[in-house]
Design a protein around this ligand. Structure first.
Ligand code: SF4
Length: 292
């Protein structure tokens, strides 16, 4: 069988579904390549992660589509999900990707995860995700610290000789002294990522940062995702607070996953202010930045 794969988003980050689909078909002797509009394939798969990515109108009618960007939340068939990813599709990728857990215990109103994946559950052991040709692993767990399995896997990785990232951010209110110690002993690719999406999350983040510092982790090693909604005052308050405690904030304008409504101009400007380090250091307030 001749298989065409289409990565709608083309972010450079490997598409988790497509690298598994490729592995599954290659193991069956099928020929697999990136889809193009001229070639005739027996089967075409297209994945779209982001709602704002344009759909490709040239894909054949029978394309098998999946992903949040298409509003399709179904899981991969078990036999495909069990395949070890084929990283050769993304030759520049020098890390493994995967999940220790799926789902989340929370139901934040702005987030698609509870609807898509449901309650948190164990998914894989870290050893099943690692690659033989690199020590780096990027985990995409939504709330790893809410899972006993996730925390125990992190603990096991301390002696595993790997360098890791949890690129979706962790939940600061779940950081206990035991978890802070585990996190401080792990090797990180660059940042230890958390989220501070509302004013209510500030207190937990402060406590977690203090705990990490007591275990020798520098504040500027901590990267904090910040949701920016139309409550610009809250976003500014959080951004200034994060700067004061010495962590690295990263603003993300909110985009509703159903309506796909464009963020307002102010939300986008707020993100630009926060995310350009030199400007954020220079302009102490959002009003100062807007006067530039
Ligand atoms: S904690 Fe994170 S993953 Fe869980 S529902 Fe909230 S935003 Fe989504």
């Amino acid at each position: 069988m001749f298989i065409g794969l289409h990565d709608s988003d083309c972010t450079g980050f490997p598409n988790y579904a497509l690298i598994k689909i490729a592995a599954y078909h290659k193991a069956r002797g099928d020929r697999v390549e990136w889809w193009d509009a001229i070639t005739k394939y027996d089967k075409v798969y297209s994945s779209k992660v982001f709602t704002f990515t344009e759909e490709n109108l040239y894909l054949p009618d029978k394309t098998i589509k999946g992903g949040t960007g298409y509003g399709i939340y179904r899981d991969l068939p078990q036999e495909i999900d069990d395949a070890f990813p084929d990283y050769s599709l993304y030759p520049d990728c020098d890390y493994a990707i995967g999940f220790l857990t799926r789902g989340c215990v929370n139901k934040c109103p702005w987030c698609v995860v509870p609807r898509k994946e449901g309650q948190i559950k164990p998914y894989r052991d870290w050893q099943d995700i690692r690659r033989n040709d690199t020590k780096r692993i990027v985990f995409m767990d939504n709330n790893v610290l809410a899972s006993e399995h996730g925390v125990r896997q992190m603990e096991k990785m301390i002696e595993g000789g790997v360098r890791i990232d949890f690129n979706q951010g962790m939940e600061a209110r779940r950081v206990t002294p035991e978890i802070a110690e585990i996190i401080s002993r792990l090797k990180w690719i660059r940042f230890i990522r958390f989220a501070c999406d509302t004013d209510a999350a500030i207190d937990s983040l402060d406590k977690a940062v203090n705990l990490f510092m007591s275990y020798g982790v520098r504040a500027d090693k901590i990267f904090v995702y910040m949701l920016i909604t139309d409550d610009i005052v809250s976003a500014e308050r959080r951004a200034i607070h994060l700067r004061e405690i010495g962590v690295v904030p990263f603003g993300q304008p909110y985009r509703d996953f159903e309506s796909n409504k464009e963020p307002t101009r102010d939300m986008k400007r707020m993100a630009r202010w926060i995310n350009r380090k030199a400007i954020f250091t220079e302009c102490k307030t959002f009003a100062e930045y807007k006067r530039l």
